[in-house]
Design a protein around this ligand. Structure first.
Ligand SMILES: Nc1ncnc2c1ncn2[C@@H]1O[C@H](COP(=O)(O)OP(=O)(O)OP(=O)(O)O)[C@@H](O)[C@H]1O
Length: 359
Protein backbone atom coordinates (compact mmCIF):
# COMPACT_ATOMS: atom_id res chain seq x y z
CA UNK A 1 0.00 0.00 0.00
CA UNK A 2 0.92 3.64 -0.19
CA UNK A 3 2.11 6.41 2.04
CA UNK A 4 0.75 9.93 1.75
CA UNK A 5 2.71 13.03 2.62
CA UNK A 6 1.74 16.69 2.73
CA UNK A 7 4.62 19.17 2.79
CA UNK A 8 3.97 22.77 3.78
CA UNK A 9 0.65 22.58 1.93
CA UNK A 10 -1.06 25.94 1.45
CA UNK A 11 -4.21 27.37 -0.09
CA UNK A 12 -5.21 30.98 -0.47
CA UNK A 13 -8.56 31.68 -2.12
CA UNK A 14 -8.49 34.91 -4.13
CA UNK A 15 -11.61 36.35 -5.71
CA UNK A 16 -11.76 39.74 -7.37
CA UNK A 17 -13.13 42.44 -5.09
CA UNK A 18 -12.89 40.24 -1.99
CA UNK A 19 -10.13 39.90 0.59
CA UNK A 20 -7.91 36.82 0.13
CA UNK A 21 -8.71 33.87 2.42
CA UNK A 22 -5.77 31.84 3.75
CA UNK A 23 -7.72 28.60 4.16
CA UNK A 24 -4.72 26.27 4.65
CA UNK A 25 -1.55 27.76 6.05
CA UNK A 26 1.32 25.30 5.77
CA UNK A 27 0.37 21.75 6.67
CA UNK A 28 2.94 19.00 7.18
CA UNK A 29 1.63 15.46 7.57
CA UNK A 30 3.05 12.03 6.84
CA UNK A 31 0.66 9.07 6.83
CA UNK A 32 2.07 5.59 7.10
CA UNK A 33 0.81 3.00 4.65
CA UNK A 34 -2.60 1.74 5.84
CA UNK A 35 -2.96 4.42 8.49
CA UNK A 36 -6.28 6.12 9.17
CA UNK A 37 -5.74 9.75 10.08
CA UNK A 38 -8.62 11.83 11.41
CA UNK A 39 -8.55 15.50 10.39
CA UNK A 40 -10.62 17.15 13.08
CA UNK A 41 -11.61 20.77 13.51
CA UNK A 42 -14.46 23.25 13.62
CA UNK A 43 -16.32 24.49 10.55
CA UNK A 44 -14.15 26.70 8.35
CA UNK A 45 -10.77 25.48 9.67
CA UNK A 46 -9.69 24.24 6.22
CA UNK A 47 -10.41 20.49 6.42
CA UNK A 48 -12.36 20.21 3.17
CA UNK A 49 -9.93 22.44 1.33
CA UNK A 50 -7.09 20.13 2.37
CA UNK A 51 -9.03 17.09 1.21
CA UNK A 52 -9.95 18.70 -2.09
CA UNK A 53 -6.32 19.60 -2.78
CA UNK A 54 -5.25 15.99 -2.15
CA UNK A 55 -7.99 14.73 -4.45
CA UNK A 56 -6.98 17.19 -7.16
CA UNK A 57 -10.30 19.05 -7.08
CA UNK A 58 -8.65 22.28 -5.92
CA UNK A 59 -5.40 23.90 -7.04
CA UNK A 60 -2.53 24.22 -4.59
CA UNK A 61 -1.13 27.64 -3.66
CA UNK A 62 2.09 26.23 -2.18
CA UNK A 63 3.76 23.08 -0.92
CA UNK A 64 3.57 19.52 -2.18
CA UNK A 65 1.48 16.34 -1.99
CA UNK A 66 3.26 13.01 -2.35
CA UNK A 67 1.59 9.65 -2.88
CA UNK A 68 3.94 6.69 -2.55
CA UNK A 69 6.85 9.15 -2.57
CA UNK A 70 5.92 10.85 -5.88
CA UNK A 71 4.49 14.35 -6.19
CA UNK A 72 0.96 14.40 -7.60
CA UNK A 73 0.18 18.10 -7.66
CA UNK A 74 0.74 18.39 -11.40
CA UNK A 75 -1.62 15.48 -12.09
CA UNK A 76 -5.33 16.01 -12.76
CA UNK A 77 -7.78 14.38 -10.34
CA UNK A 78 -8.53 11.36 -12.53
CA UNK A 79 -4.84 10.44 -12.74
CA UNK A 80 -4.21 10.46 -9.00
CA UNK A 81 -5.92 7.19 -8.09
CA UNK A 82 -7.43 8.68 -4.97
CA UNK A 83 -10.89 7.53 -3.85
CA UNK A 84 -13.18 10.11 -2.31
CA UNK A 85 -16.44 9.49 -0.44
CA UNK A 86 -18.23 12.80 -0.08
CA UNK A 87 -20.54 14.01 2.63
CA UNK A 88 -23.30 14.64 0.08
CA UNK A 89 -22.74 11.18 -1.52
CA UNK A 90 -22.48 12.67 -5.06
CA UNK A 91 -24.34 9.71 -6.59
CA UNK A 92 -25.89 9.84 -10.07
CA UNK A 93 -29.67 9.69 -9.57
CA UNK A 94 -30.64 8.03 -12.88
CA UNK A 95 -28.16 5.17 -12.38
CA UNK A 96 -28.69 2.08 -10.24
CA UNK A 97 -26.34 1.34 -7.36
CA UNK A 98 -24.43 -1.16 -9.53
CA UNK A 99 -24.16 1.38 -12.36
CA UNK A 100 -23.01 4.07 -9.91
CA UNK A 101 -20.25 1.75 -8.75
CA UNK A 102 -19.27 0.74 -12.27
CA UNK A 103 -19.32 4.30 -13.59
CA UNK A 104 -15.94 5.33 -12.18
CA UNK A 105 -14.30 2.15 -13.37
CA UNK A 106 -15.62 2.45 -16.91
CA UNK A 107 -14.79 6.15 -17.10
CA UNK A 108 -11.24 5.63 -15.96
CA UNK A 109 -10.04 3.01 -18.37
CA UNK A 110 -11.42 0.74 -21.01
CA UNK A 111 -12.11 -2.03 -18.56
CA UNK A 112 -13.61 -5.33 -19.65
CA UNK A 113 -17.26 -5.66 -18.79
CA UNK A 114 -16.58 -8.94 -16.96
CA UNK A 115 -13.86 -7.32 -14.82
CA UNK A 116 -16.08 -4.39 -13.96
CA UNK A 117 -18.94 -6.66 -12.96
CA UNK A 118 -16.66 -8.82 -10.84
CA UNK A 119 -15.20 -5.81 -9.00
CA UNK A 120 -18.62 -4.29 -8.40
CA UNK A 121 -19.85 -7.60 -7.01
CA UNK A 122 -16.82 -8.01 -4.76
CA UNK A 123 -17.05 -4.56 -3.26
CA UNK A 124 -20.84 -4.78 -2.93
CA UNK A 125 -20.40 -7.88 -0.80
CA UNK A 126 -17.79 -6.25 1.36
CA UNK A 127 -19.82 -3.10 1.96
CA UNK A 128 -23.08 -5.01 2.27
CA UNK A 129 -24.87 -3.65 -0.80
CA UNK A 130 -25.67 -6.92 -2.57
CA UNK A 131 -29.40 -6.68 -1.94
CA UNK A 132 -29.74 -3.16 -3.34
CA UNK A 133 -27.55 -3.24 -6.45
CA UNK A 134 -30.58 -2.64 -8.71
CA UNK A 135 -32.04 0.20 -6.62
CA UNK A 136 -31.68 3.87 -7.54
CA UNK A 137 -30.26 6.44 -5.09
CA UNK A 138 -33.63 8.13 -4.46
CA UNK A 139 -35.00 4.93 -2.94
CA UNK A 140 -32.12 4.44 -0.48
CA UNK A 141 -31.78 5.39 3.18
CA UNK A 142 -29.03 7.79 4.26
CA UNK A 143 -26.98 4.88 5.61
CA UNK A 144 -27.28 2.98 2.32
CA UNK A 145 -26.33 6.08 0.29
CA UNK A 146 -23.32 6.58 2.52
CA UNK A 147 -22.25 2.98 1.92
CA UNK A 148 -22.70 3.32 -1.85
CA UNK A 149 -20.56 6.45 -1.77
CA UNK A 150 -17.88 4.55 0.16
CA UNK A 151 -18.12 1.54 -2.16
CA UNK A 152 -17.74 3.78 -5.19
CA UNK A 153 -14.54 5.22 -3.74
CA UNK A 154 -13.24 1.72 -2.93
CA UNK A 155 -14.12 -0.02 -6.18
CA UNK A 156 -11.35 1.80 -8.01
CA UNK A 157 -8.78 0.26 -5.66
CA UNK A 158 -7.37 3.66 -4.81
CA UNK A 159 -3.90 4.28 -3.35
CA UNK A 160 -5.41 6.71 -0.89
CA UNK A 161 -8.94 6.95 0.46
CA UNK A 162 -10.47 10.28 1.50
CA UNK A 163 -13.64 10.32 3.58
CA UNK A 164 -15.44 13.64 4.00
CA UNK A 165 -17.75 13.55 7.05
CA UNK A 166 -18.78 9.97 6.18
CA UNK A 167 -21.27 9.57 9.02
CA UNK A 168 -22.76 13.05 9.16
CA UNK A 169 -26.22 12.27 7.79
CA UNK A 170 -26.86 9.18 9.86
CA UNK A 171 -28.90 8.89 13.02
CA UNK A 172 -27.21 7.76 16.24
CA UNK A 173 -27.92 4.03 15.81
CA UNK A 174 -26.90 3.94 12.13
CA UNK A 175 -23.79 5.92 12.96
CA UNK A 176 -22.59 3.33 15.47
CA UNK A 177 -23.09 0.44 13.06
CA UNK A 178 -21.63 2.25 10.07
CA UNK A 179 -18.65 3.40 12.13
CA UNK A 180 -17.82 -0.18 13.07
CA UNK A 181 -18.26 -1.32 9.47
CA UNK A 182 -16.10 1.49 8.20
CA UNK A 183 -13.32 0.59 10.58
CA UNK A 184 -13.50 -3.08 9.63
CA UNK A 185 -13.47 -2.37 5.89
CA UNK A 186 -10.60 0.09 6.17
CA UNK A 187 -8.57 -2.40 8.26
CA UNK A 188 -9.33 -5.31 5.93
CA UNK A 189 -8.47 -3.45 2.76
CA UNK A 190 -5.58 -1.53 4.33
CA UNK A 191 -6.10 1.79 2.57
CA UNK A 192 -4.14 4.82 3.68
CA UNK A 193 -7.04 7.01 4.69
CA UNK A 194 -7.84 10.57 5.73
CA UNK A 195 -11.16 11.02 7.45
CA UNK A 196 -12.38 14.60 7.70
CA UNK A 197 -14.78 15.32 10.51
CA UNK A 198 -15.90 17.94 12.96
CA UNK A 199 -17.20 15.15 15.22
CA UNK A 200 -14.64 14.30 17.89
CA UNK A 201 -16.26 10.99 18.77
CA UNK A 202 -15.93 9.84 15.17
CA UNK A 203 -12.26 10.83 15.09
CA UNK A 204 -11.43 9.39 18.50
CA UNK A 205 -13.06 6.04 17.76
CA UNK A 206 -11.87 5.52 14.18
CA UNK A 207 -8.49 7.14 13.76
CA UNK A 208 -5.02 5.75 14.42
CA UNK A 209 -3.85 9.34 14.77
CA UNK A 210 -5.69 12.64 14.83
CA UNK A 211 -4.63 16.03 13.50
CA UNK A 212 -6.59 18.80 15.20
CA UNK A 213 -6.89 21.83 12.94
CA UNK A 214 -7.83 25.46 13.51
CA UNK A 215 -7.59 28.45 11.16
CA UNK A 216 -5.71 26.46 8.51
CA UNK A 217 -3.02 25.26 10.92
CA UNK A 218 -2.55 21.88 12.64
CA UNK A 219 -2.66 22.47 16.37
CA UNK A 220 -1.68 18.98 17.44
CA UNK A 221 -0.97 15.61 15.85
CA UNK A 222 -1.12 12.48 17.97
CA UNK A 223 -2.94 9.29 18.87
CA UNK A 224 -6.45 9.74 20.28
CA UNK A 225 -5.02 9.12 23.78
CA UNK A 226 -2.28 11.71 23.35
CA UNK A 227 -4.75 14.29 22.11
CA UNK A 228 -7.16 13.60 24.94
CA UNK A 229 -4.69 13.12 27.80
CA UNK A 230 -2.07 15.70 26.84
CA UNK A 231 -3.70 18.48 24.83
CA UNK A 232 -1.07 20.84 23.40
CA UNK A 233 -3.09 23.97 24.03
CA UNK A 234 -6.37 25.38 25.33
CA UNK A 235 -8.04 25.06 21.92
CA UNK A 236 -7.37 21.31 21.63
CA UNK A 237 -8.30 20.73 25.28
CA UNK A 238 -11.59 22.54 24.76
CA UNK A 239 -12.43 21.04 21.36
CA UNK A 240 -11.89 17.41 22.34
CA UNK A 241 -13.96 16.02 25.21
CA UNK A 242 -17.66 15.86 26.01
CA UNK A 243 -18.78 17.45 28.32
CA UNK A 244 -16.04 19.99 27.65
CA UNK A 245 -13.06 20.40 29.94
CA UNK A 246 -13.34 22.98 32.75
CA UNK A 247 -11.04 25.91 31.99
CA UNK A 248 -10.42 28.15 34.99
CA UNK A 249 -8.22 31.25 34.90
CA UNK A 250 -5.92 31.89 37.85
CA UNK A 251 -2.44 32.91 38.98
CA UNK A 252 0.35 30.53 39.99
CA UNK A 253 1.40 30.68 43.65
CA UNK A 254 4.90 30.07 45.04
CA UNK A 255 3.86 26.70 46.51
CA UNK A 256 2.73 24.82 43.39
CA UNK A 257 -0.90 25.90 43.20
CA UNK A 258 -3.06 28.19 41.09
CA UNK A 259 -5.20 30.70 42.93
CA UNK A 260 -8.63 30.87 41.28
CA UNK A 261 -10.22 33.25 43.82
CA UNK A 262 -9.53 34.61 47.31
CA UNK A 263 -10.40 31.24 48.86
CA UNK A 264 -9.95 28.67 46.06
CA UNK A 265 -6.60 27.12 45.16
CA UNK A 266 -5.89 24.11 42.97
CA UNK A 267 -2.67 22.06 42.96
CA UNK A 268 -0.76 22.24 39.66
CA UNK A 269 0.79 19.21 37.92
CA UNK A 270 4.11 20.99 37.22
CA UNK A 271 6.03 23.88 38.81
CA UNK A 272 5.02 27.27 37.37
CA UNK A 273 6.69 30.59 38.20
CA UNK A 274 4.79 32.41 40.97
CA UNK A 275 2.49 35.13 39.68
CA UNK A 276 2.23 33.72 36.12
CA UNK A 277 -1.29 33.94 34.73
CA UNK A 278 -2.50 30.47 33.83
CA UNK A 279 -5.60 28.57 32.80
CA UNK A 280 -6.20 25.39 34.77
CA UNK A 281 -7.91 22.61 32.82
CA UNK A 282 -9.75 19.76 34.53
CA UNK A 283 -11.94 17.29 32.69
CA UNK A 284 -15.37 16.69 34.26
CA UNK A 285 -14.55 12.99 34.72
CA UNK A 286 -11.32 13.82 36.58
CA UNK A 287 -13.15 15.60 39.40
CA UNK A 288 -14.69 13.63 42.22
CA UNK A 289 -17.20 14.39 44.91
CA UNK A 290 -15.71 13.74 48.32
CA UNK A 291 -17.03 13.73 51.88
CA UNK A 292 -15.67 16.60 53.90
CA UNK A 293 -12.29 16.94 52.18
CA UNK A 294 -11.52 19.00 49.16
CA UNK A 295 -12.88 22.24 47.82
CA UNK A 296 -16.29 23.31 49.09
CA UNK A 297 -18.80 23.92 46.31
CA UNK A 298 -22.49 24.65 45.88
CA UNK A 299 -24.70 22.67 43.51
CA UNK A 300 -26.23 24.81 40.78
CA UNK A 301 -27.84 21.95 38.89
CA UNK A 302 -27.65 18.18 38.55
CA UNK A 303 -28.72 16.09 35.59
CA UNK A 304 -28.84 12.42 36.54
CA UNK A 305 -28.32 10.34 33.41
CA UNK A 306 -28.18 6.60 32.84
CA UNK A 307 -24.45 5.99 32.86
CA UNK A 308 -23.34 9.01 34.87
CA UNK A 309 -24.73 12.35 36.02
CA UNK A 310 -23.60 15.87 35.15
CA UNK A 311 -23.35 18.30 38.06
CA UNK A 312 -22.83 22.02 37.64
CA UNK A 313 -21.16 23.48 40.71
CA UNK A 314 -20.17 26.95 41.90
CA UNK A 315 -16.86 27.45 43.68
CA UNK A 316 -16.59 30.31 46.12
CA UNK A 317 -15.63 33.51 44.29
CA UNK A 318 -14.97 31.70 40.98
CA UNK A 319 -17.00 33.14 38.15
CA UNK A 320 -17.15 30.09 35.86
CA UNK A 321 -19.29 27.16 36.90
CA UNK A 322 -17.54 23.83 37.23
CA UNK A 323 -18.88 20.73 35.50
CA UNK A 324 -18.37 17.38 37.26
CA UNK A 325 -19.38 13.88 36.14
CA UNK A 326 -21.09 12.03 38.99
CA UNK A 327 -21.73 8.34 39.61
CA UNK A 328 -25.13 7.15 38.35
CA UNK A 329 -26.59 6.63 41.83
CA UNK A 330 -25.73 10.16 43.04
CA UNK A 331 -28.67 12.55 43.52
CA UNK A 332 -28.00 16.22 44.17
CA UNK A 333 -30.38 19.13 44.67
CA UNK A 334 -29.99 22.81 43.93
CA UNK A 335 -27.98 24.57 46.66
CA UNK A 336 -26.65 21.33 48.19
CA UNK A 337 -23.18 21.73 49.66
CA UNK A 338 -20.55 19.28 48.37
CA UNK A 339 -16.77 18.92 48.34
CA UNK A 340 -14.71 18.10 45.29
CA UNK A 341 -11.14 17.01 44.64
CA UNK A 342 -9.01 17.03 41.54
CA UNK A 343 -6.07 14.69 41.03
CA UNK A 344 -3.09 16.95 40.18
CA UNK A 345 -1.74 14.24 37.84
CA UNK A 346 -4.86 14.63 35.71
CA UNK A 347 -4.93 18.42 35.89
CA UNK A 348 -3.73 20.49 32.93
CA UNK A 349 -2.15 23.92 33.04
CA UNK A 350 -1.88 26.37 30.16
CA UNK A 351 -0.27 29.77 29.76
CA UNK A 352 -3.11 32.32 29.88
CA UNK A 353 -1.64 34.46 27.12
CA UNK A 354 -0.49 31.94 24.51
CA UNK A 355 -2.86 29.10 25.49
CA UNK A 356 0.04 26.62 25.23
CA UNK A 357 0.31 23.72 27.63
CA UNK A 358 2.92 24.16 30.37
CA UNK A 359 3.15 20.46 31.12
N1 LIG B 1 -14.17 28.43 -3.04
C1 LIG B 1 -13.88 29.23 -1.99
N2 LIG B 1 -13.67 30.55 -2.16
C2 LIG B 1 -13.34 31.36 -1.14
N3 LIG B 1 -13.23 30.94 0.15
C3 LIG B 1 -13.43 29.64 0.40
C4 LIG B 1 -13.78 28.70 -0.65
N4 LIG B 1 -13.92 27.47 -0.10
C5 LIG B 1 -13.69 27.62 1.22
N5 LIG B 1 -13.39 28.90 1.53
C6 LIG B 1 -13.04 29.46 2.85
O1 LIG B 1 -11.86 28.77 3.30
C7 LIG B 1 -11.94 28.49 4.69
C8 LIG B 1 -11.83 27.00 4.92
O2 LIG B 1 -12.97 26.36 4.37
P1 LIG B 1 -13.16 24.76 4.36
O3 LIG B 1 -14.43 24.46 3.66
O4 LIG B 1 -11.93 24.13 3.87
O5 LIG B 1 -13.31 24.48 5.92
P2 LIG B 1 -13.90 23.20 6.65
O6 LIG B 1 -13.07 23.04 7.86
O7 LIG B 1 -13.97 22.07 5.71
O8 LIG B 1 -15.35 23.66 7.06
P3 LIG B 1 -16.74 22.86 6.89
O9 LIG B 1 -16.67 21.74 7.88
O10 LIG B 1 -17.76 23.89 7.24
O11 LIG B 1 -16.79 22.41 5.47
C9 LIG B 1 -13.25 29.09 5.17
O12 LIG B 1 -12.97 30.39 5.66
C10 LIG B 1 -14.09 29.17 3.91
O13 LIG B 1 -15.02 30.21 3.98
Amino acid sequence: MTELELRDLRKTYRARGRPAVDAVRGIDLALRSGELLGLLGPSGCGKSTTLRMIAGLETVTGGDILVGGASVIERPAQQRNIGVAFENYALYPPLTVAENLAFGLRARKRAHRGDVDRKVKEIAERVDLTGILDARPAGLSSGQKQRVSLARALVREPDVLLLDEPLSHLDAAQRDTTRRELKRIQRDLGHTTILVTHDQEEALSLADRIAVMKDGVIQQLGTPYEIYDSPANVFVADFVGEPAINLLPGAATDDGHARLSASVRIALPVPVAAGRQVVVGIRPEDLSLTGEDGLPARVVAHEPLLESGIATLALDGVERPLVVLTDPEVRLAHDDRVHITADPHLTHVFDAETGDSLR
